[in-house]
Design a binder for this molecule. Sequence first.
Ligand code: SAH
Length: 355
Amino acid sequence: MEFDLSHGGLVRWLREEDDARLEALFAAADAVRAAHVGNEVHRRGLIEISNHCVRRCAYCGIRSANADVARYRMEPDEIVACARQARDFGYGTVVLQSGEDRAHTTEWVAELVRRVAGESGLAVTLSLGERPLEDYAVWRRAGADRYLLRFETTDPVLFERIHPGYPGREPRLAILKRLRELGYEVGSGVMIGIPGQSWDSLARDLELFRELDLDMIGVGPYIPHPATPLGADGHPDFPAAPDGGQVPNSEAMTYKVLALTRLVRPDANIPSTTALATLNTEQGRELGLQRGANIVMPNLTPPAYRALYEIYPGKACISETAAQCALCLDGRIHAIGRVPGTGPGWRPGHEPGGA
Ligand code: SAH
């Protein structure tokens, strides 16, 4: 079957409802995945190091204005202990993620990166949001290998609506460009089905994945959080895209976007996200891995903190320990005939040192 990945072609695929055609799309994405990144499923251990946040992103449960959240900040020793655990489970990298926490000074993060890299020997991925450009340079020098920052949407009006700004902020695309120049592996992505997201803008998101030549791409369903403006039913500031143009935030939609992401960026590392597993706890992760994805992100955050990192409600695996997560995911990987990845899991052909 021909896969028209032009703008018009992408819009048509996003709107496709025919089961047979969708099965063909999924099979093509799976074949491209196997050909370009192989059968290994790399495990990125996620450590949610703080839920403090100065931002008011309209979709996110840990936004500063949500007074119902008990806030926590992990100590460096706790974080390093989690990273050691990741190494013992055989994971290749840890992802240190948080809200935009101003107590995380440039130097505090740099020292943490040095310790985590030094004491675990793992690749270090950061996902700490928008910072002054100089911070990314300092952290790269300290040993950070990868940075994840989703651009969330290519539609500038929608971006502003869901990210109330603050003065002096760097545009996300400028940040992504800078990260690339600094030699990070760069990850970005979007949520699927945010109110106001049209077919046209989601197709543009996919085109931007291709244009930015991203190393890692995370796409997951938008899950409404009741304590946020965007998640409150019928909030007048956040209308759906008009005239039947609103993208649904459904499981079915997520598979289409995952498969198209694989077709537009054949060798990218693409996770089967926890948000997807939240919509379908039984089969979501596996189906994601069979429709384009090659990465999973087992959670290493200590259970006491994990429940407090509630960016959206009902998060899959919320009460499991890191060891239970590791076992469960490895079982799921083997059950679909794939193998847990070994090593850091760089984008093929882009290993540091030019391997
Ligand atoms: N503060 C960091 C980490 C945010 S959490 C940052 O802003 O980059 C990582 C991702 O979770 C976000 O980029 C967003 O795409 C996703 N996310 C946040 N709230 C969500 C929700 N309600 N439903 C689905 N995904 C959400």
